[in-house]
Structures are given as C-alpha cells and as structure tokens.
Design a protein around this ligand. Structure first.
Ligand SMILES: Nc1nc2c(ncn2[C@@H]2O[C@H](COP(=O)(O)OP(=O)(O)OP(=O)(O)O)[C@@H](O)[C@H]2O)c(=O)[nH]1
Ligand SMILES: [Mg+2]
Length: 411
C-alpha cells in the first residue's frame, strides 16, 4: 500500500438553488402577487482531521471533490433544500494550501476547515418584492459554489522521531517502544514511509520512525530527505546508531550532518543517542561512550535496555515541551470576504458582476426616474464608476449589470 503524503485536489462547492419566479393565481383576482421561494444554499467542501485516517491516499484516488447543489425555490414561497456539505476525513497533521498560501493546518482530531464555500441560493420573487418593485417577474439565479485547486500535504505529528542510517534498527525500536508493528528486515531501506506508534506511559507519546538517512540525503539521495519534513514538527529526536558497524562514531556524524543540511532548526531540536544491537558487540558500553557520553545502550533483539530508553524518551519529550511554546493548535486562515463586485471586459463593453450590485439593479423600477437616480448614486458610492474608469471604460461604452445594459456616463 502506497503512503501518500502530497496530493493536489479540486474542490467544488455546491451551487445555490435558483429562486422561483412563481405568481399567485387565484380565481376572481385579476392580478396575482409574487410567491416564488428562495433557492437553498449549496453545500460546502470541508476537511476534517481524524486519527483513523493514515495518509492522503483516499484523496489521491478521488481528487475531485464535489458538494451537493442547493435545490431551487418553489411556488407558495417554498425555500429549496440546502445542498449537503461534503466532509472529507484527512489525517491529523494535514496542511491545506491554495494559491495564496497556507489555508489550514489540521493538527488534531476533529479540527476542520471549510475549503470551498457553497453558493448562496437565489432569492425568489417573493423576497425581491419591494416598495419600488411590487411585482417582480423574475428571480435571482443561485450563486455558483467556490471552486478551488488545493495542494494538500501531510506532516505527521510526532512527539519524538527516530532518526538514523538505513538498517540501524529504527523500526525494531519503534516496535519495542510502541504497539506498532512496522516491517523489519536485514537490508537498508526497508522502511519506505513514516511509521507512527503510540507509547503509553504517564503521558501518551507519538513516536515516528522515518526511512533511513544516507550521506547526501539532503541532495536527494536515498529516501530519507523526502521524509525528513515529517520530523519538522517532532518535539525531540532520538538518533539511532548501530553499535555493530565498523565505525559508529562516523555514522552518528553522518546523520548529524544530514539533519543540519536539511534544516539547522531540526538539528537543534533536543536529542540523545541510542546505541543499539548491543547483543552483537563485545563491549557495547565502551563503544557507545565513544559515540556519545550519555548514549543509552539497548538491544532491540533481546529487549535489554528498552525500559531505560522509554524513560529517557519520556524525559526528553517532557523537557522539550517545557521549552517549546504552547501546544500545537489547529488553525484556519480567514481570508477577507470576496469583493462586493468585479468589473471585467466583455466584447466591446464591460460587465459588472456582484451579488449586491446585481440585486440593486434587479430591484430598480426603471420607469421611475427617482429610482434610477438612487441606483446611480449607490453604484457610484460603491466605487463601480471608479473601477470602470480604471479598466479603461469611456463615456458611452456599454456596461452590463445582470440582465440590464447601461451606457457609461460618469459624473
Ligand atoms: N542482532 C540484532 N539485530 C537487530 C537489532 N535491531 C535490529 N536488528 C536487525 O537489523 C536489521 C534492520 O533492522 P530495522 O529495524 O529494519 O532497521 P531500520 O533502521 O528500520 O532500517 P531501514 O528502515 O531500512 O532504514 C533487521 O534485520 C533487524 O532484525 C538488535 O538490537 N540486535
Ligand atoms: Mg525501518
């Protein structure tokens, strides 16, 4: 099973239902009134973090996300049903980016972010009726749902990461410290993606085992570098050194160098060394002391030293959490609302698009000069004239707003 930690998706929220333009017809009444209901709103596309989801493969299999459209309004002022939201479960540690940058960082179970907003329903002619236009014959169209191309990235959230050369015995230690059962084998690059395990002690600790690092990993050699970003959010690191290799001191040096080259901030995270495969070495303590004076000596095979390792890991994370600021919080970036209107060129003229602006036009009774003057004032105040001029509109150009054509006659 492939582990997917990066994917591009297309999220499309539901369109709002159209408003209804129904007219009341009753026997013996010469003129019916407007009685069309509003359209329902379109569903949102929402991401929600869940500890039950391991990676982004479900998104990779189905990158087109679509929420349901709202239903149209009906006669007798019936409002259309809202479209259902599409809620997509993502792993904890999922980051969502749009063109403008990071949009949401869903670090804990249940945190959620709306990634595409459903369109509002169009108003029916019953809602559109006003003192100026008592009997509107048309209704508003539903607003389209937002459509977005999103980059989604997973950065696993671990308290501590196990880092070392390939074949050092990292996955074996993860299996010893937690209930996780990662693949262990006597060759390098057994681990192809990060494994997470939970150590249950006084405090619940998440331990990550990432693929082995090789010399030159930061230049793209091996697999390790690609996965190092999963350690970006680890509070602390345990550097795993195989005591049975020809030169364990040089091995540690290689790992430190690669961490440093990847990100000096990562290399500066609190860490200690665990010397493993003690069962294969004649005097493991003396070898370990040369690697690091305070190294913990263990054997993943016999289990020797594992309890001490678990205690040291807990201490390290405890100390690291004291230094590091507050708990990691999920966050969702709130962007300013959409502009009230947008002006664009259309053929030889221009078009002004915007819900409020279009509504003002739809509500205007063009047979009433006072009404028309009021509309002009509103448009000017909103900045529509200025925007048109900025885009190069000249006196006499045609400007479309909604269904209506106007002549551009700036004051
Ligand atoms: N004798 C002995 N063998 C060990 C010990 N720890 C791990 N091994 C063996 O070393 C080999 C590599 O162990 P892994 O745990 O897969 O190593 P790794 O660091 O996860 O390796 P990669 O995922 O390839 O980077 C396996 O054959 C293990 O059985 C140990 O303490 N003693
Ligand atoms: Mg491994």
């Amino acid at each position: 099973m492939a582990f997917v930690d990066e994917v591009t998706v297309w999220a499309r929220a539901g369109r709002g239902g159209h408003g209804s333009a129904a007219m009341l017809r009753e026997p013996f009444k010469p003129r019916g009134g407007p009685e069309g209901g509003d359209g329902g709103r379109g569903g949102d596309v929402v991401f929600e973090a869940s500890s039950g989801v391991r990676d982004l493969s479900a998104l990779a299999d189905r990158p087109h996300l679509r929420a349901e459209d709202g239903k149209p309004g009906g006669a007798s002022r019936r409002t259309g049903a809202s479209g259902a939201d599409l809620v997509v479960q993502v792993p904890e540690g999922t980051m969502v980016f749009d063109e403008a940058g990071l949009m949401a960082d869903l670090v804990s179970e249940g945190s959620s972010a709306m990634v595409a907003r459903g369109g509002r329903g169009g108003r029916g002619n019953a809602s559109l009726a006003s003192s100026r236009n008592r009997v509107p014959r048309s209704a508003e169209a539903g607003e389209p749902g937002e459509e977005r191309r999103l980059s989604v990235e997973l950065r696993v959230l671990a308290d501590v990461g196990l880092v070392g050369l390939p074949n050092a015995g990292k996955s074996t230690l993860l299996g010893r410290l937690t209930a996780a059962r990662p693949k262990v084998a006597p060759y390098p690059f057994t681990t192809l993606h990060p494994n997470l395990g939970v150590a249950e002690g006084e405090r619940r600790l998440v331990v990550a085992d990432v693929p082995g690092l090789v010399e030159g990993a930061h230049e793209g050699k091996g697999l390790g570098h690609r996965f190092l970003r999963h350690l970006d959010r680890a509070r602390a690191l345990v550097l795993v050194v195989d005591l049975s290799t020809p030169d364990p001191v040089a091995d540690l040096h290689t790992v430190r160098k690669e961490l440093e080259a990847h990100d000096p901030g990562l290399a500066a995270r609190p860490w200690f060394v665990v010397g493993t495969k003690a069962d294969l070495v004649r005097e493991p303590e003396s070898v370990a002391i040369r690697v690091a004076p305070d190294a913990v000596v263990v054997s993943g095979l016999t289990g020797e030293g594992i309890d001490r390792l678990a205690d040291r890991v807990a201490e390290l994370v405890e100390a690291a959490s004291m230094d590091q600021e507050e708990e990691r919080q999920p966050f969702v970036v709130l962007r300013p609302a959409r502009p009230p209107f947008v002006v664009r060129k259309e053929g030889t003229g221009f078009r002004v698009v915007g819900r409020a602006v279009e509504r003002w036009v739809a509500e205007t009774d063009f047979d009433d000069p006072r009404n028309v003057v009021q509309l002009q004032r509103r448009l000017a105040k909103e900045g529509v004239e200025r925007e048109l001029a900025a885009l190069g509109a000249r006196r006499g150009d045609e400007v479309m707003i909604g269904e209506r054509a106007f002549e551009f006659l700036p004051e």
